[in-house]
Design a protein around this ligand. Structure first.
Ligand code: FAD
Length: 447
């Protein structure tokens, strides 16, 4: 007979990445009973192949909500500029952008230690959850394996922080109605790979973040060089899983770039993963269920930045759950408030990325060169976008002096799309009953 370990709690959080730990921290601070599970061994939780960029502007804000900022020893480098470079030398934008790179592993472990200080939170490592438990029209827990033992954890709310490939979302049965995609389509997913390298001496690349649009990363992709502390750099690339990119290996392309640009560098580490590159899930909740971080597709599609959104989403989810616990109501309607936190923020912020991806998919590197060289896109435009204002200063002047009618038309369409998505994100339906109409309108805008 199969022995099944059974646990019961108020909230089970699947995934100890930034989204999961952030939710666990806020819930722990509010004395909510939580079980946080991760498939990794405890000492590996938080470790992730990543570009490692995390804005201090963001971590300063979330500190006020109860999430500790990276400590000195978690920080690798500070920068004040971002360069966006195209194929032609000089076709680049220099953007003021205060940012930093962090050691994902030590910062992740630090947050986990903070989580474990709360008596109401239990962490189970090497515990891989396979699917949700569904009863009476609600998700009431998850089941999987803890090491070699079958385990079921029942809870009032399941927080899905299991990342891009979340087993939980994917394995919600078809006959359980949800308002989101169970799987993220390939064409809305970036495949990426990065290496941490050591250069023989300090290099000029230590001074800023560089995003480079060149053929090695097929459109609409890019490669990056980020400083990673003394003599160390993080070099990586990402591109969409379009059918045309099917046979391209991110690892080989990354190595090609590294060998060309840093032939003498020593490789310290290498690895990659998938990143969602789309708007947030249309709804991030179901009865008894909330998706956070990558599992809810909360990554900025144009920069691949998802660490910050993951931390924020954990806070929003915890706040919603605390209210739901007070009411004793874990229905979709009760958890809907989470959508109203997520969409007006990330729907707006990520609208530009979604539209730019569509623009680049049909474009060429020469188009980008042209836009940079003719100053159709200027540093101040990117600064506006990065400052999370979601402003469209670009809209006002994008068309001056362009003598390329087709490019002009595509630009107009891109900016119209941004405006359309932002309007929809700001008017997210206040209840599940109004969702269908909103969803249809958004689909029409995106088609
Ligand atoms: C190559 C690359 C470069 C990136 N660069 C940047 C960058 O520079 N800046 C930035 O902000 N973002 C970057 N990102 C994105 C960023 O890493 C993610 O958005 C962020 O980690 C999302 O956090 P999360 O908690 O949602 O998911 P994750 O960090 O992926 O954490 C998910 C956790 O869930 C656990 N898990 C998964 N499945 C299960 C299961 N079935 N059972 C139990 N546990 C499970 C995993 O072990 C993991 O610990 C990059 C991503 C990649 C792949």
């Amino acid at each position: 007979m199969l022995i099944m370990k059974e646990l019961k709690t108020d909230v089970v959080i699947v995934g100890g990445g930034p989204a999961g730990v952030s939710a666990a921290l806020i819930l722990g601070q509010n004395k909510v009973n939580v079980i946080l599970v991760d498939r990794k061994s405890k000492d590996q939780i938080g470790n992730k192949h990543c570009g490692d960029a995390l804005s201090p502007v963001l971590t300063e804000k979330i500190k006020l909500k109860g999430i500790p900022s990276p400590r000195q020893e978690d920080l690798c480098a500070h920068v004040n500029e971002l360069y966006m470079c195209s194929i032609t030398p000089g076709a680049e934008l220099k953007v003021r952008n205060r940012s930093a790179t962090v050691d994902r592993h030590t910062y992740g472990q630090f947050l986990l230690e903070e989580v474990e200080k709360h008596e109401t939170v239990t962490v189970l490592s090497e515990c891989r959850m396979m699917k949700p438990i569904i009863e009476n029209g609600a998700i009431v827990g998850v089941e999987g394996r803890e090491k070699n033992e079958a385990i079921q954890i029942r809870a009032s709310v399941v927080v899905d922080g299991a990342g891009t490939r979340s087993n939980i979302r994917k394995n919600i049965p078809e006959d359980f109605p949800v308002k989101f995609d169970r799987k993220t389509s390939k064409v809305e997913t970036l495949t990426s790979y990065r290496e941490i390298i050591e250069t023989s001496k300090a290099s000029e690349w230590q001074e800023a973040l560089y995003l480079i649009y060149e053929e090695e990363a097929p459109m609409p992709g890019y490669w990056w060089i980020f400083p990673k502390g003394k003599d160390r750099l993080n070099v990586g690339l990402g591109f969409l899983l379009l059918p045309s990119n099917k046979n391209i290996s991110t690892k080989e392309r990354c190595q090609l770039i590294r060998k060309r640009s840093f032939p003498d560098a020593k490789v310290i580490d290498g690895g990659g993963d998938l990143i969602p590159a789309r708007l947030p899930l249309r709804s991030c909740v179901a009865p008894g269920y909330i998706a956070v971080g990558d599992a809810a597709c909360l990554v900025n599609p144009i920069s691949g930045e998802g660490h910050g959104p993951a931390l924020w989403s954990g806070i929003y989810a915890a706040q919603t759950i605390i209210d739901a616990l007070k009411k004793g109501d874990f229905s979709e309607k009760s958890l809907w408030a989470y959508n109203l936190s997520v969409w007006p923020v990330f729907g707006v912020e990520h609208s530009m990325g979604v539209a730019v991806i569509k623009f680049l998919e049909k474009g060429s590197f020469e188009d980008l060169d042209f836009l940079f060289a003719k100053k159709v896109i200027e540093s101040s435009d990117v600064e506006d976008i990065l400052s999370e204002q979601g402003t469209l200063s670009l809209m006002k002047k994008a068309f001056r002096g362009i003598r390329k009618p087709r490019l002009l038309l595509r630009l107009r369409k891109t900016l119209k799309l941004v405006k359309g998505i932002q309007k929809m994100a700001k008017s997210y339906p206040s209840s599940p009953e109004e969702f269908e109409d909103w969803n249809n309108k958004l689909s029409k805008i995106l088609s």
